[in-house]
Design a binder for this molecule. Sequence first.
Ligand code: GLP
Length: 241
Amino acid sequence: MEVIVCKTAEEASRLAATLITDALQTTPALVLGLATGSTPLLLYRELIKACQSGADFSRVRTFNLDEYCGLPPEHPHSYRTFMNAHLFSNLNIRPENTHVPDGTADNLPALCAAYEAAIAAAGGIDIQVLGIGSNGHIGFNEPGSPLDSRTRRVTLTEQTLRDNTRFFSAREEVPRYAISMGVGTILEAKKCVLLGFGANKARAIKAAIEGPVSPDSPASALQVHRDTVVFLDEAAAAKLQ
Ligand code: GLP
């Protein structure tokens, strides 16, 4: 793992954006794995700026990490809506090249298998963007997720339900299940870019970087990945030795 500590989240997000736009120069049909949450918002803003300045996303393919079960794509709190609003609708990307699991599919095992197959058919993910949950989750791989897990339906922990209530009007509205790429799926990305910002991520970041590789901290699996860059602000890096 390469760990880069910046003064601010803005600076870290600019560096992460440059890493992606540089890759885009050499690989116009780049395959990006994308994340939701508040953490990647600054990165997405930088990518939109880059596109306005001429970066070409017309051949880029994207695969999002996860989606809530039961929320149709057009639901205001679905991750598909989030991605359209915060990134896709502001890039010259072809909508059909953007993939987010369908949380309303009847046959979830088939949907998950098809999602994995679509990633493989695209040639695998070149760069996977990741945030981290306050409990160390990546995607929606909660503590206890096997390190070789694949795309599947997952049960969200109480901690995650609490953390994510802020996006909904009430706790009861937060779906209890999600579809998530597995830790094993994520580890197959050629490069992983983990972003961690703010003091409430410091404990999870320490476990991910300095703790043992363990399902207790799903992000710690990135220690065995051959090419992971972690971009932190000072607050998130505060507990690192
Ligand atoms: C959600 C997403 C994760 C994300 C995490 C952190 O649970 N499924 O992919 O990393 O939230 O969110 P935030 O960036 O808002 O702290």
